[in-house]
Design a protein around this ligand. Structure first.
Ligand code: CA
Length: 523
């Protein structure tokens, strides 16, 4: 129902390919020079070469010339990087625009793939296809084995302009419920939407927090933009883009959405959903867990499961359990969210770079086995040790007062260059509860394949960017009105669909369909 065969095959292949990544990278050797010329183990330049780099994304994360990881890379490759962005810079886009307008571009540009593509069309950044073919065996092999990534990073004109930062591991959000409340009321873990409803009802009416008041908020979320849409999957609706028999759909523009919204509005009227769900700030979890009134949510595992530790000593017996997605009204067990593999960031070679061959070889180093381990884990013996052949971060890093991800980025680990993240890295920074939750969703294959990253033509892009924002705002406003106001959704629904049609929904769908058809037809 949710993806056609080709789509799911591609994605299961991606997972297998990701697992096999380390296996096949060891088959290649990066160094193409003869031993006599060799100045460094994985040398990409006969003489020491310094390349300038612009790196500054999302108003933070500039490049620091003193990163330990990049000093080690210099030892191995003979290439060093020097940042062109001042440490005082706070506005990434402004810094990028100023550089591009000046014509004095850095040799390497690490920024959002979208902006890089725009600059490339202006001639400031060079296409990488031929360089990859000739000088980047690891990148080439990876892209050949991961066709969906290759497709997604290929511009409409057929060129690749940046090497992306790629994440691994597909679990993002999931369902969580107060296990201590279930136990107190003698209830089993809900396995279907009907059972989930019954549990929320019991949370509302049977005083699981034991204060004699019906103050429990059975279901809540912290993102006012998604709010009740977190519940749509229980009613068989995939939010936004989806696929049905090869046709691109938009969940909120399908007949199933009417019944789903009727149910969600009814749950809200019965007090099963947070009254303030559309206005509650992003600290909903802190507020509702600390007051011991929040019962269940659908959210990111990594940040939410950590409340088991955070609530120790604050809420007696607090125990949040990850549960499988309750089977939807059609009996299907599925999780809509999954983590995007592409981060939207990557790095590229500017047209003023005088060493494109060395640069692409340097990019390729980070896709080799030693480069991949270096960017994921740092320097052996300094940041990690090998335990049973697997890198494990050193105890002094894990027990530092600075949170591990931040500490690691101070060494240059996992910063925004083009590379493939090793999922085992994430597992090391997760607590035990989170790890178990992620494993449950992963091992049972609950997460549906992501809608593919489509490459829009300039005309399709225009339709998309002029119409979709208004359409989505209208969808959000209407959902809120229906849920809060207890409107007669049966009576209102046809008018809602007509309005979306008048706003250009069918044109946007047609643009996406054309882009999707090209994606399917791609070799
Ligand atoms: Ca109570």
């Amino acid at each position: 129902m949710f993806c056609n065969r080709k789509h799911s095959t591609v994605f299961s292949f991606v997972r297998k390919a990701a697992c096999a990544f380390f296996a096949f990278t060891v088959l290649f050797s990066l160094c193409s020079c003869t031993p006599a010329q060799k100045t460094a183990q994985y040398s990409v330049s006969d003489t020491p070469l310094e390349l300038s780099i612009f790196m500054h994304a999302w108003n933070s994360n500039g490049f620091d010339d003193s990163y330990a990881v990049f000093a080690e890379a210099q030892r191995l490759t003979n290439v060093s990087l020097k940042s062109t962005v001042s440490g005082m810079t706070t506005n990434s886009q402004q810094a990028y625009d100023i550089m591009m307008a000046s014509g004095h571009t850095a040799d390497i540009i690490a920024y959002t793939s979208d902006e890089i593509e725009k600059s490339a069309l202006d001639g400031a950044i060079i296409p990488l296809n031929e360089l990859i073919d000739a000088y980047a065996p690891h990148i080439k092999a990876y892209l050949e084995q991961n066709k969906d990534i290759l497709y997604a990073i290929t511009s409409y004109d057929g060129n690749i302009y940046s090497i992306p930062k790629i994440m691994n591991g597909d679990v993002a959000k999931g369902w969580m419920i107060r296990k201590d409340w279930l136990d107190k009321l003698g209830l089993a873990v809900p396995q279907t939407v009907e059972q989930y409803y019954a549990v929320l009802k019991a949370f509302k009416t049977q005083d699981p927090n034991g204060n004699g008041r019906s103050d429990e908020i059975p279901f809540f979320t912290r993102d006012v933009n998604t709010a009740t849409t977190e519940l749509l999957s229980l009613f068989g609706v995939k939010t936004r883009w989806g696929l049905q028999n090869g046709r691109v759909t938009y969940g909120e523009y399908t007949p199933a959405y009417k019944e789903a919204m009727k149910s969600i509005a009814a749950w809200y009227q019965e007090g099963l959903i947070d009254r303030e769900i559309f206005t509650r700030a992003s600290n909903a979890r802190e507020t509702l867990f600390e007051q011991n009134i929040g019962g269940s949510t659908h959210d990111w595992f990594t940040s939410t499961m950590s409340f088991n530790t955070k609530m120790q000593g604050k809420v007696d017996g607090f125990s949040l359990a990850a549960i499988a997605p309750p089977a939807d009204i059609n009996g299907k067990v599925w999780e809509e969210s999954s983590r995007a593999q592409l981060t939207g960031l990557g790095w590229a070679i500017s047209a003023t770079n005088e060493h494109p061959v060395e640069t692409i070889k340097y990019f390729d180093f980070w896709f080799s086995e030693p480069g991949n381990r270096l960017i994921n884990y740092g320097v052996e013996g300094v940041h990690y040790t090998l335990v049973d052949g697997k890198p494990v971060f050193k105890e002094e890093l894990k027990s530092s007062n600075v949170p591990l991800p931040q500490l690691l980025s101070d060494y240059g680990i996992q910063i925004n260059i083009g590379f493939v993240q090793d999922f085992a890295y994430e597992e090391q920074i997760m607590d035990t509860d989170t790890k178990a939750a992620v494993r449950m969703y992963q091992d049972n294959g609950y997460c549906m394949a992501q809608f593919p990253s489509l490459t829009l033509s300039p005309q399709e892009q225009k339709v998309y960017s002029t119409k979709l924002a208004a359409i989505e705002a209208y969808i959000r406003d209407t959902a809120q009105e229906w849920v809060l106001g207890g409107a007669d959704i049966d009576a209102a629904f046809d008018g809602y669909i007509q309005t979306l049609h008048d706003m250009g929904m069918d044109e946007v769908l047609a643009a996406y369909q054309a882009a999707y058809d090209r994606y399917i037809a791609a070799p």
